[in-house]
Design a protein. Structure first.
Lengths: 113, 110
């Protein structure tokens, strides 16, 4: 099976712009979770989608949003970018039932100038 | 104080040494995960534990639920084991979101 893929891999934006990141889960997986990794805060949970519904949400402002499509692909959007949004954004997929291993994508590295 | 504490934060050792990384958490969990992150960012899940011990090759992970503590051991360490090792937990009451430790940067010198 193909692994989790994320596009784009690298992105440079300026303050005030918006950005959309994409994640394609492993075939058959219905859950996609998003994480932000920064040097200062480490890895933090953003949100989880399961069967097109947001199932759980972390402590991030409303500028961070996401959605999931019927084929389980997920996108996350960050509006009105701030310098502090510069980070590695990772998504992870799993089948979505019970306690199970999460499979991570390679990440999208976002730089906000 | 982090909910998930790892020690040490940095560890440098010689090839062949036995490595131990520790992880402590504060409340009941449904599972504990050990993750490996190489330079470049990709994360690989090494183990998921809810009790006891698991072994994969030279890697061994143990968990003590009563003491809220887990250890990751690497036997016969090799320079290719150099990476950041991250402990993460999923709480019983927290759905399936992962809560991460700050990571342990391991460097194995030849």
């Amino acid at each position: 099976k193909a692994g989790v893929t994320q596009t784009p891999r690298y992105l440079i934006k300026t303050r005030g712009q918006q950005v959309t990141l994409s994640c394609s889960p492993i075939s058959g997986h219905r859950s996609v979770s998003w994480y932000q990794q920064t040097p200062g805060q480490g890895l933090q949970f953003l949100f989880e989608y399961f069967s097109e519904t947001q199932r759980n949400k972390g402590n991030f402002p409303g500028r961070f949003s996401g959605r999931q499509f019927s084929n389980s692909r997920s996108e996350m959007n960050v509006s009105t970018l701030e310098l502090g949004d510069s980070a590695l954004y990772l998504c992870a997929s799993r089948s979505g039932t019970g306690v199970e291993t999460q499979y991570f994508g390679p990440g999208t590295r976002l730089l906000v100038l | 104080k982090n909910e998930v504490e790892q020690s040490p934060q940095n560890l440098t050792a010689q090839e062949g040494e036995f490595i131990t990384i520790n992880c402590s958490y504060s409340v009941g969990i449904s599972a504990l995960h050990w993750l490996q992150q190489h330079p470049g960012g990709g994360i690989v899940s090494l183990f998921m534990l809810s009790s006891g011990k698991k072994k994969h090759g030279r890697l061994i992970a143990t968990i003590n639920i009563q003491e809220k503590h887990s250890s990751l051991h690497i036997t016969a360490s090799h320079p290719r084991d150099s990476a950041v090792y991250i402990c993460a937990v999923t709480y019983i009451q927290g759905a399936q979101k992962l809560v991460f430790g700050q990571g342990t940067r391991l460097t194995i010198n030849p």
